[in-house]
Design a protein around this ligand. Sequence first.
Ligand SMILES: *[C@@H]1O[C@H](CO)[C@@H](O)[C@H](O)[C@H]1NC(C)=O
Ligand SMILES: *[C@@H]1O[C@H](CO)[C@@H](O)[C@H](O)[C@H]1NC(C)=O
Ligand SMILES: *[C@@H]1O[C@H](CO)[C@@H](O)[C@H](O)[C@H]1NC(C)=O
Ligand SMILES: *[C@@H]1O[C@H](CO)[C@@H](O)[C@H](O)[C@H]1NC(C)=O
Length: 386
Amino acid sequence: MARPGHMAWLLLAGVLLQLAASAAGQQCLSATFQNGRTFLKCNPLPVLGASLHWTHHAENGTADVAFRAPQQSNGWVAWGINTRGTTMPGSSVFIASQDSSGAVSVLMTVLESTSPSLNNGSLSFDVLSPPSADYTNGVYTIFATIALPNNSTTQNTVWQAGPGNTGSVAQHSISGPNVQSMLRLDFLSGQSTGASNSRLHRRNIHGILNAVSWGILIPMGAMIARYLRVFEAADPAWFYLHITCQLSGYILGVAGWALGLKLGSESKGITYSAHRNIGIAIFCLATLQVFALLLRPDKKNKYRFYWNIYHHSVGYSAIVLAAVNIFKGLDILKPASGWKRSYIAILATLGGVALLLEAITWVIVLRRKKSDKSSSYGATNGNGRA
Ligand SMILES: *[C@@H]1O[C@H](CO)[C@@H](O)[C@H](O)[C@H]1NC(C)=O
Ligand SMILES: *[C@@H]1O[C@H](CO)[C@@H](O)[C@H](O)[C@H]1NC(C)=O
Ligand SMILES: *[C@@H]1O[C@H](CO)[C@@H](O)[C@H](O)[C@H]1NC(C)=O
Ligand SMILES: *[C@@H]1O[C@H](CO)[C@@H](O)[C@H](O)[C@H]1NC(C)=O
């Protein structure tokens, strides 16, 4: 009977999950605040080490909120609600920072993707008492009492932390956790869903598609063309293998590229111009290569020599640019470091195999030249290939 065993495992897994959840919850709930303030609910936020504590007053649609996040003393932290969407631009936020004397102040502003200046003004919801903040043991806490916009218990919340020069607010990092700090939160139940999850998921798909296509399939196709061709036995086969690799790489790559453009157009506040422009350049070069296939002159044609130069230079440029752009993408996405290491290992393997094949090719080509020469001296076994 396997059943009781399964039940025991399920129970154990359940208990462990409960323990993990309640440990995070306990840490959250055991938090203490200045002036003996207390909050009924709290959520450990998924990134930037932040947590949100609040008491919701259902009778009048207001909430007392405390946002807590670690940061260097000359940095800043922010928390807010976006009434217009799920991203950072359009959010009404409270930003806490401190001056050189250590006095902490709170600024209220509506973030616009276009205006870099932060004016202390009113938000897109009512703030019922002046917000305040403190900084102790490397942690900022912002206190605010707000009327939940539209009297709705579910809100798109955002938070952030960044560096500064004491008293000023410098731009936060625009990659990794700093662009995942968005959550749809129900102030009544405490349940939250990641507004950024589906976006993060699509960014990962974009990364994998492009790394596999431009980063692996296309360099492999180029190696097949360069190194299999010398083996006479592989003559038409190398060509079809090359075309298969390049065309499947191109199709996957264009899908990944289009997804990248879509993600870029959705990302209102942040543009990764270098990553984007290199991506567009790679697409143009690769598309040229597809056309080159159609315009390929016959082997005997005198223009074939120039076509070869063109085909090779465009192809190698695309491959080099793709490797550069994959590293740029990895720096933006900041996945677990294993991904970067895996990609470096794949590149090194491809490079090592290419070096080895390059050496073998040279040996074969030189030998063939030698035997061609000896045959031109009138040797009778000129066609004697083993
Ligand atoms: C918000 O909704 C609650 C119940 O849903 C209601 O009692 C309260 O009056 C509303 N508050 C405002 C400001 O509309
Ligand atoms: C909302 O209700 C709470 C709890 O009853 C109360 O402390 C708070 O003053 C009320 N806020 C407003 C704006 O009426
Ligand atoms: C912003 O304005 C509020 C009052 O509207 C004030 O309490 C707060 O100190 C101001 N913050 C800064 C940083 O000037
Ligand atoms: C307020 O809520 C109503 C009904 O739930 C919705 O139709 C409306 O778009 C909301 N307004 C805002 C500004 O969110």
